[in-house]
Design a protein around this ligand. Structure first.
Ligand SMILES: *Cc1c(COP(=O)(O)O)cnc(C)c1O
Length: 397
């Protein structure tokens, strides 16, 4: 009998009961706007910011409307101007170059290695051509952050981290988002905490924090923040920082706070699933496992493997055969952007030189989500299916 998987790759777990109860309280109050507060109640949003700042050891935190908003807001707050060049990963998701383009700046793509991280040699070669790097820890892969910071510090490049897939991850014990000047996170449904939409931004820089808060639309109510600098910092910047509204509301903060408290447990559950699939795929002929460095603490909410130097037709065949057995693989190397996948050359508003070594890697990446609604047994089955179908196409080819 041919085994088939019947689970859904887009089904997340329900919001924790505690979050539902807190959300109902917010709904009953009618006060959803973050600055709609009574008495000395700090409100769910300010508490979320305080708790997240403490969790990652940051001085300041701001919650916003989306991960993409956090990225664009960080660029504005650090002073990126129209026409400025901003370095970023060739292997990333559309909202990253999109955030750069949204402030009128120009993305300059840096290559990707077989480890699916930014190519640090390429970064070193391009570091003098820009003042800012928007570093995307795409699909949760952390590069050697110590070396990256050395390169950027030496070249005077400010690092803004896109931690959409690394909330809960760390490099050598330092939480992801805390090496750079600003760290940005997403609370969108397919990330590590789920409020539908939402984002968080952390920094230790008082002026960037104050600017970000003004930018997000604080209507001079910054005094109600808990993870924010003092009023004297806002006095310096409040007259020349525009309002680009993108706040978070109490409803979303209410459902996020219990999820943050559970994050450690969830990370362990994701990694059980990740390691199960990884073990099931290891030593499959023709398939390359992306090895995780010792210094990296990752969150296995998705898994990638490479079919290096396979023909497009053969990769397409694997994707189709797995799909027929219920296993949804995404091919990042496809020429046309489909769903969440896209290649740096599909962002035609940001033309770039071809990077042959990166193209070889990008063409070979297959990606699969691992929602926590999958059991470890599900993951064993999924790995058996992929292994069999990769094997069948590899031998046939
Ligand atoms: C999801 C995602 C974002 C943006 O998050 P949104 O909350 O959807 O705006 C940024 N970068 C990467 C790599 C992502 O996957």
């Amino acid at each position: 009998m041919t085994e088939r998987f019947t689970g859904s790759f887009t089904q997340q777990e329900p919001i924790p009961e505690e979050g539902i109860a807190a959300a109902i309280e917010v709904l009953k109050s009618g006060r959803l706007h973050r600055y709609n507060l009574v008495g000395d109640d700090p409100g769910e949003v300010a508490l979320l910011e305080q708790e997240f700042a403490a969790m990652v050891g940051a001085k300041y935190c701001l919650s916003v409307a989306s991960g993409g908003y956090a990225l664009a807001c960080s660029l504005r707050a650090t002073g990126v101007k129209p026409g400025d060049r901003v370095l970023t990963n060739a292997f990333t998701l559309a909202p990253v170059p999109g955030a750069i383009a949204s402030v009128g700046a120009v993305p300059v793509f840096v290559g990707v290695t077989e480890g699916l991280v930014i190519d640090l040699d390429d970064l070193a070669a391009k570091a003098d051509s820009a003042d800012v790097l928007m570093l995307s820890h795409m699909r949760g892969h952390l590069c050697d952050m110590d070396r990256l910071m050395e390169i950027c510090d030496a070249a005077g490049v400010t690092v803004i981290e896109d931690c959409a897939h690394t909330m809960g991850a760390a490099w050598n014990g330092v939480p992801s988002g805390r090496h750079g000047f600003v760290g940005c996170y997403s609370c969108q449904t397919y990330k590590h905490v789920n409020s539908g939409e939402g984002g968080l931004l952390v920094t230790d820089d008082e002026e960037v924090a104050a600017r970000a808060i003004m930018l997000s639309g604080s209507y001079m109510l910054y005094g109600r923040h808990l993870a924010a600098p003092g009023p004297e910092v806002f006095e310096r910047i409040k007259y020349d920082t525009p309002n680009v509204s993108g706040r978070m509301d109490h409803l979303r903060a209410a459902i996020l706070r219990p999820q943050l408290r559970d994050l450690e447990t969830q990370v362990a559950r994701w990694n059980d699933r990740y390691r199960t699939v990884e073990a099931g795929l290891r030593d499959t002929p023709g398939l390359t496992i992306v090895e995780r460095p010792e210094a990296e603490r990752y969150v296995g909410s998705s898994i990638q493997f490479l079919l290096l130097d396979w023909s497009e037709a053969a990769i397409d065949e694997v994707v189709k055969r797995c799909a027929a057995r219920g296993v949804e693989l995404k091919w990042f190397g496809g020429a046309e952007p489909v769903g969440f996948t896209s290649r740096y050359d599909s962002w035609r508003y940001a033309p770039s030189e071809r990077m042959p070594d990166s193209d070889r890697v990008l063409r070979s990446i297959l990606d699969m989500r691992l929602p926590l609604t999958f059991s470890v047994e599900d993951c064993e089955l999924i790995a058996r299916i992929i292994r069999a179908e990769v094997g069948a196409v590899f031998q046939g080819g």
